[in-house]
Design a protein around this ligand. Structure first.
Ligand code: ATP
Ligand code: MN
Length: 477
């Protein structure tokens, strides 16, 4: 007999029939009630055991974490809290979980403790909910783009271009580090390495994606990205997943429209598909906030925050306006910012971004037209000659979630920029070709998938929204 997923049993499939369910024991109460979970939903199936029918030896093996199979009749439940339950007639134990040793017990564990047990933390309600939400969001990403005429483009993971400058890179080499080949000057001879040149893990698939947008029209990447940034923050990972749409013939305003529409779509889709998980995460956050001082508590619950994003337009503000707001802000006048805003041209730190989003506008904000000096070489120069068509989307509790721009499509302007920024133009010959042959206005952005998952789940540390986080000094598992 095939077993049925618990999510289906709970919705009444097989009612009054003999059914089979398999999963892991959450709790075993009074030697009578097993709460069984198989990962298909946050909700457990209540399995009712008739003590006399099973040998005590067998029942003794049922502990939190054990894997079992139960067979019996699915009936309507008289107990509170569940609609159906299974009257167990057959019980099989696949694997026990010794309560003296199994770290995940039915009590509250700290997120730090669970991080050290990342291979088992998925057995908890909270990580089950987070990872189902993550999976659903990933599906929504593909669904949105596929339904809107975009093609999925796979950027290379190993890259030979180090010009993008989006972040510190991880070197890829096949050389024997204990016996490095040297050139005439005594430097490591990369010609002897696997690719015959220096290679790194990608920090962004954008430059390659642009070449594809220049033929397929609309493309998107969705893949792993690596940055060796030694910033031990709650919003940075060394390995994260990035979504990068790139679109021919659209300008920065249309790029903002795309980003806003896309983000709202994936949140709406997930709200709809992951109701139970999000209700659970909403309660979790409310509980957690109770431990914070009143002033730090958020005035909206998780579900309210998600709905708020869906119901409101993102506020579009130029960098110049933002600087004026920040200059006159209380924390700037009272010297409460770590980095005080004095002049136009300052790079915004996360404290400034969060002030704008959380204190000033109190909604998602799109900042645009940044000083050229603090942005990448490929962003389109404005008529003023000092700002570029860049945009960052800032989210409450997160800070920057999207970074994007209209790209510089004019060959001469781009080449000049590459030279003045001291970038090796020979490295970028293929990129410059896109501007030589059939160049056209185009735009795109990068969205950090984990920052999106952070926002949607209401978690506060990025290490808790990716299965096995990679951060400085940590690559366990
Ligand atoms: P930040 O200033 O937060 O480090 P960034 O300006 O370096 O971000 P971009 O190079 O514009 O970011 O990358 C695009 C998006 O990728 C960011 O908006 C963010 O959502 C995400 N991102 C960037 N770096 C990381 C990281 N180390 N870990 C997780 N997500 C990241
Ligand atoms: Mn960064």
């Amino acid at each position: 007999m095939k077993h049925t997923k618990i999510i289906d049993l709970l919705s009444g499939k097989g009612l009054l029939h003999e059914v089979k369910a398999k999963g892991w024991v959450k709790t075993f109460r009074n030697n009578q009630f097993i709460a069984l979970n198989d990962g298909s939903t946050i909700n457990n199936l209540q399995c009712v055991i008739d003590l006399d029918k099973f040998p005590a030896e067998q029942l003794k093996k049922i502990h939190t974490g054990a894997a079992i199979s139960v067979r019996g009749t699915l009936i309507e439940s008289k107990g509170a809290g569940q609609s159906v339950e299974i009257q167990v007639e057959h019980l099989k134990i696949y694997g026990e979980a010794n309560p003296e040793e199994f770290p995940i017990q039915p009590k509250k564990h700290s997120l730090e403790f669970l991080r050290e047990n990342a291979h088992l933390r998925i057995r908890t309600n909270v990580f089950g909910a987070i990872m189902r939400v993550r999976s659903t969001l990933a599906f929504a990403v593909h669904k949105y783009f596929q339904e809107n005429g975009f093609f999925y483009f796979n950027a290379p993971i190993i890259t030979g271009s180090d010009a993008e400058g989006a972040g510190e890179m991880f070197r890829v080499t096949a050389l024997d580090l204990n016996n490095l080949p040297k050139d005439e000057e005594g430097k490591v001879d990369v010609r002897e390495d696997f690719f015959g040149k220096t290679t790194n893990l990608t920090v962004s698939g954008q430059l390659e994606a642009e070449t594809y947008a220049m033929a397929l029209g609309s493309v998107y990447t969705f893949g792993p990205t690596f940055r060796a940034e030694n910033s031990n923050t709650s919003r940075h990972l060394a390995e994260f997943w990035m979504i990068e749409p790139e679109v021919a013939f659209i300008n920065l305003d249309e790029n903002m429209d795309l980003a806003e529409d896309f983000i709202k779509y994936v949140i709406r889709y997930t709200l709809d598909k992951c109701k139970d998980d999000l209700v659970f995460l909403d309660k979790r956050l409310t509980e957690e906030e109770k431990n914070k001082p009143q002033a730090e508590r958020s005035d909206m619950s998780l579900l309210n925050k998600l709905n708020f994003v869906l119901d409101n337009n993102f506020k579009r503000v130029s960098y110049t306006e933002a600087i004026d707001i920040l200059k006159g802000s209380k924390p700037n006048r009272n010297k409460k910012f770590k980095y005080l805003i004095e002049d136009w041209g300052a790079d915004l730190q996360s404290e400034h971004e969060r002030y704008l989003v959380e204190k000033h506008f109190k909604c998602p904000v799109i900042l645009f037209d940044y000083p050229a000096d603090i942005k990448a070489f490929y962003m389109r120069m404005n008529e003023d000659g000092k700002t570029v068509r860049a945009m960052d989307i800032l989210f409450p509790g997160i800070g920057e979630i999207v970074g994007g721009s209209q790209r510089e499509e004019r060959y001469d302007v781009l080449l000049e920029k590459i030279r003045t920024m001291g970038i090796d133009e020979k490295e970028l010959w293929w990129y410059l070709d896109t501007r030589k042959f059939g160049t056209a206005p185009h735009s795109g952005f990068g969205l950090g998938f984990e920052r999106l998952v952070l926002f949607v789940t209401g978690m506060t540390n990025i290490r808790d929204v990716i299965p096995f986080p990679r951060t400085p000094q940590n690559a366990e598992f």
